[in-house]
Structure formats: structure tokens, C-alpha cells
Design a protein around this ligand. Structure first.
Ligand SMILES: Cc1cc2nc3c(=O)[nH]c(=O)nc-3n(C[C@H](O)[C@H](O)[C@H](O)COP(=O)(O)O)c2cc1C
Length: 193
């Protein structure tokens, strides 16, 4: 008989996004980041291609990154209201640590690109769960900068790579509020002949 791991189940049952405006310092230490990445890479990966990689945005580099992205944002969204611009101006510097998860999926003789991309999504989910297990708040974000070619290059992606997401991580500053979750009957059907 399988033996349930109640601690692990409780962790999975309680994981939820805590948004960036409810996170503060400190972010994970170097040792914790190494552990987060080790867990993130422990994902199913058809063909063992490791079709993902990670970029850390932290410390002083965050303000420099915001300063590089903001002029692009201004050019793209000249009509945007001031509060949106203010949020954009501190997209990275307001968060202790952001981990960019880049899908490096490419055509392969056997493994479809779709399967490689799914593995990148799984890596992010493992990262989110590991952050939760360490006691940190985490949010999976994308936004304009993950889809704008110039911004993507500034963020560190090479030609042909795509951002699966930016995972913001920090210490929770407020009790998290959950959202309604899908109902079993709405998402499950039983196949029969
Ligand atoms: C690929 C992907 C991109 C997302 N991008 C954003 C985003 O840019 N901004 C945002 O507020 N939420 C974004 N979300 C949603 C949040 O990460 C999160 O799923 C949502 O707040 C619900 O939280 P939960 O994890 O508690 O279900 C994204 C989710 C996914 C899967």
C-alpha cells in the first residue's frame, strides 16, 4: 500500500500565488536559490534535453534592468496611466528576486517542441512549489516584456528562446487570500467505451 506523505500533501493543498505587492525582503539566499533551481530542474523531460534555463534578477542589477526596460515601455504604451508606469518603473526592483525561466525548446528529430515547452512549465511549477516549501511568496508573471523582442533580448534571452515566465519571489508581508478553485465535476470526465 502506498504511504501518503501528509506534509507534502498539505504543502500542495495550500500553495497559492502571493502577488508581488504582498512580498518584501529578504529574498532567498544563494544556498536557497541553488536548492530552488535543483528542484526546478527535477522535472519530467522527454529526451533529457534540459530545454530550459534560468536567469536571476536580483541585487543592484534590478534597478539597472528597470532603467533599461522603462524607455521601451514608454515607447510601447505612451497613453498608459501614471500608476501603471510607476509599477512598471519598479517591475524588478520592487521584488527581492525574480527568476526568469527561459524555454530553449527547438526542433528535434524525436521530441516535439510542445513537449519541451511543457517541461519548462513544469520547471516553473516545481520552482513555485519549492519557494512555497521554503516559506517564500511566489508569483508566475509574464507581461509585455516576455513577448517584446527588444525587451526579451535585454532580459537575456537569445534568438529562438522564449520566456516561460518570470517567477517573483520574496518574503510574504500579508496573509495570503485564496481564490475559488475549479470543481472536480467541471474539469474531469470519465472515458467509457
Ligand atoms: C503563463 C502564466 C503567465 C502569467 N502571467 C501573469 C501576469 O503577467 N500577471 C498576473 O497578474 N498574473 C499572471 N499569471 C497568473 C498568476 O501567476 C496566478 O496564476 C494567479 O494569480 C492565480 O494564482 P494561484 O497560483 O493562486 O492559482 C500568469 C499565469 C501563468 C500560468
Amino acid at each position: 500500500m502506498p504511504i501518503p506523505n501528509e506534509g507534502a500533501l498539505a504543502l500542495l493543498d495550500t500553495r497559492r500565488t502571493i502577488p508581488t505587492f504582498q512580498m518584501g525582503e529578504p529574498g532567498p539566499s544563494d544556498a536557497e536559490i541553488a536548492r530552488l533551481i535543483a528542484i526546478a530542474t527535477r522535472v519530467p523531460d522527454h529526451g533529457k534535453l534540459a530545454p530550459w534555463r534560468f536567469v536571476l534578477y536580483r541585487g543592484d542589477a534590478r534597478a539597472a534592468l528597470d532603467a533599461k526596460l522603462l524607455p521601451l515601455w514608454d515607447a510601447r504604451f505612451p497613453e498608459a496611466p501614471a500608476p501603471k508606469r510607476q509599477a512598471e518603473a519598479t517591475r524588478f526592483s520592487a521584488v527581492p528576486l525574480t527568476i526568469g525561466v527561459i524555454s530553449t525548446a527547438a526542433e528535434h528529430v524525436k521530441i516535439p517542441v510542445w513537449e519541451q515547452e511543457l517541461s519548462a512549465g513544469a520547471a516553473i511549477m516545481n520552482l513555485m512549489l519549492a519557494a512555497h516549501a521554503l516559506g517564500y511568496a511566489a508569483q508566475w508573471l509574464t507581461g509585455w516584456c516576455c513577448y517584446d523582442a527588444e525587451a526579451v533580448a535585454i532580459l537575456g534571452a537569445k534568438s529562438g528562446e522564449r520566456f516561460a515566465g518570470l517567477v517573483a519571489i520574496g518574503t510574504p508581508t500579508a496573509a495570503p487570500v485564496d481564490r475559488p478553485r475549479p470543481v472536480y465535476a467541471d474539469v474531469v470526465t470519465e472515458w467509457s467505451a
